[in-house]
Every structure is written in C-alpha cells, then in structure tokens.
Design a protein around this ligand. Structure first.
Ligand code: HEC
Length: 132
C-alpha cells in the first residue's frame, strides 16, 4: 500500500513538473482569512440577475463581459485579470467575497468594500458563478 502511495506521489510530482512553465500554470489560492472563511451568500437564487448590473458597471472594463480577463482596461495591467470562471470553479463563495471586498494586493484589483454594499458583492459573486 505504501509503495502504491509513494508511486502516486512521484507520478504527481512528475506531472506537476511537466505542467510547470506550460501555458496552464498550476495556480494556488491564498487561504481565506478567518473573518471571511465559511461565509455564504444570504441572497436568493435571483441574486445573479442584479449581479449582472453590478458586474457590467464595475468589473467588466477590466475583467471582460464573460470574466475572461479581456476587458479593454485589463489589457494594459500587470498582472492582467485572469479567467474568473476558471478561478471560481476552484474556490468557494467565501474566497470570492473576500477578494472582491478586500482586493488583491500587488494587483490593480482594489477593495470594493465601501464602494459596493455587502449585498452587491454577493450579487457579483452570484453572477460570476453563472459565467463560463
Ligand atoms: C482596474 C481593473 C479591475 C476592476 C475594475 C476589477 N478588477 Fe477584479 N481583478 C483585477 C486584477 C488585475 C486582478 C488580479 C488578477 C489575478 O491575479 O488573479 C483581479 C482579481 C479579481 C479576483 C480574484 C482572482 C484571484 O486570482 O484570486 C476577483 C474575484 C475579482 N477580481 C472580481 C472582481 C469584481 C467582482 C469586480 C467588480 C466589482 C472587479 N474584480 C473589478 C482587475 C480589476
């Protein structure tokens, strides 16, 4: 059993090494701080409808209409916005809420808390979940 596990680990390491430097870098996500961890949306199923307005007005210029990082204002940024639907598929709502509320240090992603209400941030989260 141990040998099998070890084999799997080695295989995993080789695959990771093989992928590194490729087009698709292995992404790691910062842990969600305790004050945000486990938060869930208080809103209902229709939140995404309002979220579309929030996103179009505040986020689309950088993130692009489908969140693919291809907004006109995003092109000149370093780092450029990444693919939001891909990120969303790998993280929880608490992560998305935290990032939108507090921003991402070292990038042009500012903190939206104070600009948007908590409700609007949750609406944006719901809308991001509908993007592909
Ligand atoms: C000025 C351009 C700009 C605007 C406007 C903007 N963002 Fe961002 N956003 C970025 C950049 C750049 C990043 C960092 C890219 C990265 O490293 O993932 C980012 C990161 C994020 C992340 C985290 C992705 C990650 O890797 O953890 C989320 C979620 C996000 N943005 C959502 C939004 C939402 C929702 C709005 C609107 C309320 C918004 N952004 C507005 C530029 C922008």
């Amino acid at each position: 059993m141990k040998k099998v596990l070890f084999g799997l680990l080695v295989l995993g390491a080789i695959m990771l090494a093989a992928c590194g430097g490729g087009a698709e870098e292995a992404v790691t996500f910062d842990p969600v701080p305790a004050e945000f961890a486990g938060m869930t949306s208080p809103l209902g199923a229709d939140a995404a409808t309002s979220g579309k307005d929030v996103f179009t007005t505040n986020c689309e210029s950088c993130h692009g209409p489908q969140g693919h990082g291809d907004g006109p204002a995003g092109a000149a940024l370093d780092p450029q916005p990444k693919n939001l639907p891909e990120i969303a598929a790998q993280v929880g709502d608490d992560y998305l809420f935290w990032r939108i509320a507090t921003g991402k240090p070292g990038t042009s992603m500012v903190a939206w808390k104070g600009v948007l209400t908590d409700e609007q941030i949750w609406q944006a989260v719901a809308y991001i979940r509908t993007l592909k």
